[in-house]
Design a protein around this ligand. Sequence first.
Ligand SMILES: Cc1cc2nc3c(=O)[nH]c(=O)nc-3n(C[C@H](O)[C@H](O)[C@H](O)COP(=O)(O)OP(=O)(O)OC[C@H]3O[C@@H](n4cnc5c(N)ncnc54)[C@H](O)[C@@H]3O)c2cc1C
Length: 381
Amino acid sequence: MNGFELTDEQAAFVEAVRDFSARECGTRAQRDALTGGGEHPHNEELYAKVADLGWLGVAIAEEYGGSGGGMVDLCLFLEAMSYGQLPIGGFAVTAISAGPYEKFGTPEQKEDVLRGIVNGKVEAIAMSEPEAGSDVGALRCKAERQNGSYVINGQKTWISEAHFAEHILLVCRTDASGAKHDGLSMIQIPRGAEGMEIRGIETMGGRVVNDVFFEDVEVPAENLVGVEGGAWMQLMAGLNSERLIIAAQSLGFAQRAFDDALAYVKERKQFGRPIGSFQALSHRIADLATELQCARLLTYAVARKVDANPGQLFPQEASMAKLKVTETAKKIALEGMQMMGGYGYATEYDMEGHVRLNLVSTIYGGTSEIQREIIAKTHGL
Ligand SMILES: Cc1cc2nc3c(=O)[nH]c(=O)nc-3n(C[C@H](O)[C@H](O)[C@H](O)COP(=O)(O)OP(=O)(O)OC[C@H]3O[C@@H](n4cnc5c(N)ncnc54)[C@H](O)[C@@H]3O)c2cc1C
């Protein structure tokens, strides 16, 4: 139920992703085996299988081996894979990292990175620092030009999938003399670069994020992606897709949490009847279903707008989609836990995992407060 008609090809694609997920990780035992009990949300062997199916290139141009689809196709894949709980957590950040290469990369960088993604390589992007979170422009990790190279020093934090990414797309400072948003550049750091140290950060959600330290890391000047000093503009150019990618992924998580809660309230009996027959719960389910459908309609409406207007920025709409879907997903998971009583809180059921997963989506990729700031700005505030 996407709120608009899918083409036959899109419907078949979604069906295929759903079937694959049900086969590969439809049971809790399968998911635990693939993720080490939830510790590792990205399974490399499974990712390779998904690559073989050609799905990782859903929105990558055909000249790099992809299927050449648009944002709607990418959103359909993200929604279906997260609904299916496919442990391929590296895909979303890979899709986000692809954007700057597609728009600003050299032909060689595109060939390397975009074809690599289609073939199952994971990519990471590093903006955040201990003192620069929401205020990305305050970042200090610096790169200095020296004899045809960049020499990098500094620290990044919260970097998703850096520990197995093929490259980290580093957003760093190449010039500190001007305004804070000027003088930022994107530089590609290959896996295993000398002087780069990656340390995992313990979180509630398993092994996903990392601190990354750079000490005199030297890369050739050709590793610059786009224009020196142009990273801020390049980041802005990617906001449509970054926000929609997170929204579509959260939509799948939200639908999964909703379906699990619904199944539970239909089955669990108290006072001699299914708890879902109590109006207190059935009306909550009705409200959540309505919220979820609003979130879905918004996501696909924005995705269609992006597809219909390539190159145009939709800061208001993209922020609205990210805000609405992630807040809805968080609400559904928390309500789901409440409706499942003690069993919602127990790790034996998936709901507590849904809560952890959905709580953080309103933080990464720009917090809800930052999305509201952007939306307010587009209203002249
Ligand atoms: C699981 C996870 C994965 C991540 N992956 C990546 C990644 O791959 N690459 C990467 O670069 N970063 C990544 N991040 C970092 C993420 O983007 C930041 O955590 C996020 O931007 C918020 O920054 P912060 O944590 O420093 O919080 P802060 O910026 O310190 O914010 C703290 C609180 O203050 C609020 N706040 C801040 N400024 C304002 C304001 N102007 N108005 C109103 N409220 C404000 C925030 O909304 C928040 O509630 C990840 C984070 C997490 C948790």
